[in-house]
Design a protein around this ligand. Structure first.
Ligand code: PEP
Ligand code: MN
Length: 297
């Protein structure tokens, strides 16, 4: 399905990696059956679609603990929260760093949820590995190859977001770096791409989710929060994501979105998240049923 390389298979000076016959042999669906990525006791890519949720940024103990308890009650299985934030302006809130990591871990432990957080820099990898159960590579770092190589050498599951201007091939090639470097626990995340239309923050590319599910054995989830930037559209787009075959969604939730230090317009209230989960129950059950049938067939 993926193009073959045209170059030589082995390299004479041996300083470069040998090129395989297929362009991306490790992520390609031809390589193996569906990968199930495990984050503590949570399985991503199996018969049940998963919901990860939490604040855009960890802001305070009260904020992240109350959010963890609220999302757990509504049925989320992984807590998200940014401690190192990739902000467009250097004058915007940059995250609480190590203090944020500690608070996220504490909130996860209180609510009994595994935690995921973004890694922006190679130098932060060891500290983040001490606190997080899953590492997030953000859209802006999808092609930070040094960071990909470093994270490939950890034993943590990884969420690899699609770059806002990345093609499907570039996204899969970034995942190939992780597998090639030794980390096979990789989940892909579509989070919207740039387009000509400024009506929404980004353009949610759901056709590519269905396409990538055909091309790779890795699980694929969708981030409707960053894709739309608009609270009122999260429910519709999350349902659509599950309908096209996504293995889950990751959603931003905040106790008081109107005073959030980042991404205020797209974060759901606790009540909004609880409604979303009610709306998702039927699609989630349907997909679980159809996947069980597919396994039996
Ligand atoms: C995030 O999830 O906090 C984030 C910054 O997302 P993205 O990398 O998709 O912009
Ligand atoms: Mn955000």
């Amino acid at each position: 399905m993926l193009d073959g390389w045209t170059g030589k298979i082995s390299n004479e000076n041996n300083s470069q990696p040998a090129k395989p016959k297929a362009a991306l042999p490790l992520v390609s669906r031809d390589a193996r059956t569906n990968t199930i990525v495990r984050v503590k006791s949570v399985a991503i890519g199996g018969s049940e679609a998963v919901v990860m949720a939490g604040p855009c940024s960890v802001e305070s103990r009260e904020q992240v603990v109350s959010t963890a308890l609220a999302i757990k009650k509504s049925g989320a299985v992984i807590l998200r929260g940014g401690a190192y934030k990739p902000r467009t302006s250097p004058y915007d809130f940059q995250g609480l760093g190590l203090d944020g990591l500690r608070l996220l871990r504490e909130a996860g432990d209180i609510a009994d949820l595994p935690v995921i957080t973004e890694v922006m820099s190679e130098e932060d990898v060891p500290a983040i590995c001490d606190y997080a159960d899953m590492l997030q590579i953000g859209a802006r770092n999808m092609q930070n190859f040094a960071l990909l190589r470093k994270i490939a050498r950890t034993n943590k599951p990884v969420l690899l977001k699609r770059g806002a201007s990345a093609t499907v091939k570039e996204w899969l090639a970034a995942a190939e770096y992780l597998l090639h470097g030794g980390n096979e626990q990789v989940v892909l995340c579509e989070r919207g791409i740039k387009s000509f239309d400024s009506a929404l923050r980004n353009t949610l590319d759901l056709a590519s989710v269905a396409l990538v599910k055909e091309m790779t054995h890795l699980p694929v989830i969708v981030d409707p929060s960053h894709a739309t930037g608009k609270r009122s559209l999260i429910s519709a787009t999350a349902k659509a994501a599950i309908a096209v075959g996504a293995d889950g969604v990751i959603v931003e939730v905040h106790p008081q979105p109107e005073i959030a230090l980042s991404d205020s317009a797209q974060q759901l209230t606790f009540e909004g998240f609880s409604e979303l989960m009610e709306n998702l129950q039927a699609p989630l059950r349907r997909i679980a049923f159809s996947r069980e049938l597919a396994v039996l067939a």
